[in-house]
Ligand binder design. Sequence first.
Ligand code: C2E
Ligand code: CA
Ligand code: CA
Length: 759
Amino acid sequence: MDATFQPNNNKNSVSEMTGYFGHPSRRRFILRTVIPFFTVAIVLNLVAAGLLYWSTAEADRIAIERQRALVDLVVSQLKATIAHEQESVTVWDDAVEGIRAGNGEWLDLNLGSWMNTYFGHDSAYIIGPRDQPIYASIEGAVAEPGRLSDIWSQTKPLVDELRGRLRSGDETGISDRVLTIGASEIARVSGRPAIISVKPIVSDSGEIEQVAGEEYFHIAVRHLDDSLVQELKDNYLLDGLRFTWTDDHAPHEAVSPLVDSTGDALGYYVWSPYRPGSVVFGHVWPVLTGMFVIGMGALSGLLLVLRSRSLSLNRTQAEIRHLATHDILTGLPNRVQFEMRLAEALAAAEVEGRAMALLYLDLDRFKEVNDTLGHPTGDMLLRQFAERLGQVVGEANTVVRLGGDEFTIILRGIADQDEVEQICTKLVETARHPFELADTQIFIGVSIGVAIAPKDGTAAIDLTRKADIALYSAKANGRSGYAIFSREMEALITERRELERDLRAALTAPEQFDIHYQPLFAARDHDIAGVEALVRWNHPVRGRISPDVFIPLAEETGLIEQLGELVLRRACAAASDWPVETLAVNVSALEMKSPTYAMRVASILMSTGLSPHRLELEVTETGMSDRDGNCQTNIAALRELGVRFALDDFGTGFSSLGRLQELDVDRIKIDRSFVTGFGTDNGDEAIVRAIIDLAKATGLKTTAEGVETIEQDRFLGEIGCDDLQGFLLSRPIPAVEVEALFADRLSGRHQRASTLQNA
Ligand code: C2E
Ligand code: CA
Ligand code: CA
């Protein structure tokens, strides 16, 4: 039998589960979740880092490009600026006249040192119409005009070009800002880069006559290192700027070539460029690295949570699986598992070449326990019953609760039918033993239907159907017993339907029913204490049918009220003038539940003339109480009239010792099954003795049913049973025979009972 699943005490199963899910599932988790997640995260981060790197490099490249353009612009603007500055003195009447007058001092002041101090030109020269040196100023000081030779080789082409243009009247380039044409070039002067700019010295008013091409020229030289470099550094923040003749620089440095008018690189400006991208990157990377670390940490945390969630989900799933396959109340496997187990057992039986049995069990009158004692007691009963089943069939076999009070047992590897029958007998016995529930003892029986594989089939569906039919048959044969499937049972259901139809018809033609009477004898002296009316049905085709068959059918079809009334009326009529104290009549629980029952009984008593004090109604425990209280009302009303009540079949189906005191009865009829059990090792003697003692203590009379042997007769008398009923003393007999019996008695002739007493 399966172990009960206990959700609160499942430490073992949890550790088992982690053991079970542990290794392969962890590997699966790492392979399917951890690695892909981290790969995606790292790739995304790498792409982001790449993008960042690219954008900073691009920002740097654009910035350096700008700085380079700036250097170029400054140099080319400088050329225009120098020319413009020259024009402040070269387009001037005074200057033309000053030169013509040969006023050296004036020249120096206005065209030489002025240009140095005011504009920062490095040197200035004046040449005459035939290129003869007239004046020179170097670094702000007057110098030998002959020093022109220092720059002549670089300047001569400019001078020649300018004279040519002046002669030809070429005025290209003259504008609002540029008053005269000029020529300039970037060149190496005294080992330093410089701008050489040449401008003609002309009249600003136009009043001084000059021959085109014969003008004096002013030559300005501005070096492009020292002061310019300093200026660029200060104004444009070109860090570490310097001039070099060759293109030698560190890898991180930027270079801008100094190009002359022919496009040749004369030298190079080199500086450490401002890299805004790198600066931003420098600020950003610690933050990004931190975010990456935090992100990875968060991802790990997330995965851990995910992992623990999925583990607990697995655990819940396992619990759900258990719940789905087990019955909560008893912990037994349920219908879902039953189908699996049955399929397994059938497959195993086929492989092993052995037989297996399927048992369907149904508690007799379990519904009545629930109705009268409440559901919690019913649940307790089911749990105890489940335990007992487990004890009987052992662990190798499966006990399943299908629902309600239905159980099945799969017996594997059985040798023969005898073995199955032995187990069934044990099961029936174990169910007959009282259950200790809610301070009382409850008697209940079980009916079992059995199908055996391969005899009755090897398909699960076949076997379950046949076990069910066998169960139906077991119930029809009087409860608390078992039936093994046979072919004839299959006809049972059709037969039952026909029987129902016939029963309905019979009630319209009541001559088919006979009443037999079974005498009851006082245990003490074997005097006739009463008779019990037992109905007989003589079916026109089937012959006599047992009340055990047609009474349950009448109950199920609702025909019982009609039938009960018929029996009561006839029995009362027959017994009214019999010289016997008690007429016992059986009443179905269903009749007792009718609100008009007491009234109908009273009317029958009136019309037949039987004294209510002579009538004893036999009711099972179910007939003693119901939800609406109709049973109780009927009993109370009839007892008021003087009618007595007996509790029938005590000990079978559902009976409770504890409730005896509470029930409104005058007598207990101890079921035949206990009497039959005397002399076996079931301990039935002890139970019967207890019932009788309790009944006596409560002031109830007792009748033992089914007395068949002298030993039973004697024992029952010894333990204080009041009345006896059974084949030993008399079978149920027709009314005429009852009357003959009384006649015999009255005439004092020998009769069976007194013979026995002497035996
Ligand atoms: P019951 O009320 O327990 O009636 C006693 C049954 O036990 C009778 O079966 C009787 O023939 C049988 N019996 C008596 N002494 C012995 C014995 O020594 N050995 C054996 N083996 N059996 C013995 P019967 O007549 O077949 O009736 C079966 C059941 O049908 C009755 O059991 C009763 O519950 C029901 N029944 C019979 N007549 C009526 C009726 O008119 N109305 C209702 N509601 N039920 C009835
Ligand atoms: Ca009875
Ligand atoms: Ca009985």
